[in-house]
Unconditional design. Structure first.
Length: 182
């Protein structure tokens, strides 16, 4: 448990506004990024992130919620919501619009095109991974979390996280070499 997390969790359970604000300010962006890396859609990522914090408040209000490892609890809820959203999106016949790009006042078309191509390459490469491998790669390299943190979030032992990471990197390397992108 992180230093001060025990006190923060105690304060959250009493619905202390400052503690709840601190949790929101600390974890909103990382949880949003995590959802966005999985979903590739601004609106869906925002919806998932909002739902994570709604569920935290609901769980705390009901006397449940995290007793230890707040970050892991938030990411686990986010992961479950991402999986649900991916299933829901799979049944749609269209791709959702990226509203953040649509409202951007000034966009450099060349930079925008390069970003979209790079983003699509990453999403395509990640699609070749198993869901567990994808989760580990996103948490480790896109979110910058440690093996221990990923272990807490996924509920897998550190050795299993390392093995998933190793297999995922090998699979990504193989995919990129086959595509001539490496």
């Amino acid at each position: 448990m992180l230093r001060g997390e025990k006190d923060l969790l105690r304060r959250i359970r009493t619905l202390d506004e400052e503690a709840l604000e601190l949790v929101f300010d600390t974890y909103y962006v990382p949880i949003y990024r995590y959802a966005y890396h999985h979903l590739g859609n601004v609106q869906s990522a925002q919806d998932v992130t909002g739902e994570v914090f709604r569920r935290l408040l609901e769980a705390v209000r009901d006397g449940k919620g995290p007793c230890r490892h707040l970050q892991a609890w938030l990411y686990r809820v986010a992961h479950n919501l991402v999986v649900d959203e991916q299933r829901r999106l799979r049944h749609r016949n269209h791709l959702p619009l990226n509203t953040a790009r649509a409202v951007a006042a000034e966009v450099d078309p060349e930079k925008e095109a390069e970003d979209r191509i790079a983003h699509q390459r990453v999403r395509t490469a990640l699609s070749y991974l198993t869901p567990d491998q994808r989760q580990v790669i996103i948490l480790r390299f896109l979110e910058g979390l440690s093996i221990r943190e990923v272990s807490l979030i996924t509920g897998k032992p550190p050795g299993a996280v390392k093995a998933l990471q190793h297999r995922a990197l090998n699979r990504l390397r193989h995919h990129l070499q086959a595509k001539g992108e490496m």
